[in-house]
Design a protein around this ligand. Structure first.
Ligand code: SF4
Length: 77
């Protein structure tokens, strides 16, 4: 009985942390992020912590130019 409870707690705990693949991969539309393919006030995607080489972003979908910008620009720590 006790072993069953421990196993259930472990399984539930682990499963509770699993993010469905579809949700984890869902990104924002470029229009919603107000993405543009040119810098804004000298800030570019290449300098953003969410940019992923060569041309993608953690949170915005599609082709992302290193010279682009969006309203979620995040300066690395
Ligand atoms: S500024 Fe950052 S968050 Fe916005 S599209 Fe570029 S890399 Fe992504």
């Amino acid at each position: 009985m006790r072993r069953t409870l421990v196993r259930a707690a472990l399984t539930g705990g682990i499963l509770g942390l699993v993010i469905p693949p579809a949700a984890a991969q869902q990104k924002m539309l470029q229009a919603d992020a107000e993405y543009q393919d040119r810098p804004k006030n000298g800030l570019t995607c290449a300098a953003c912590s969410l940019f992923r080489n060569p041309r993608s972003c953690e949170i915005v979908e599609g082709d992302i130019s290193p010279d682009g910008w969006c309203k979620f620009f995040d300066l690395p720590d």
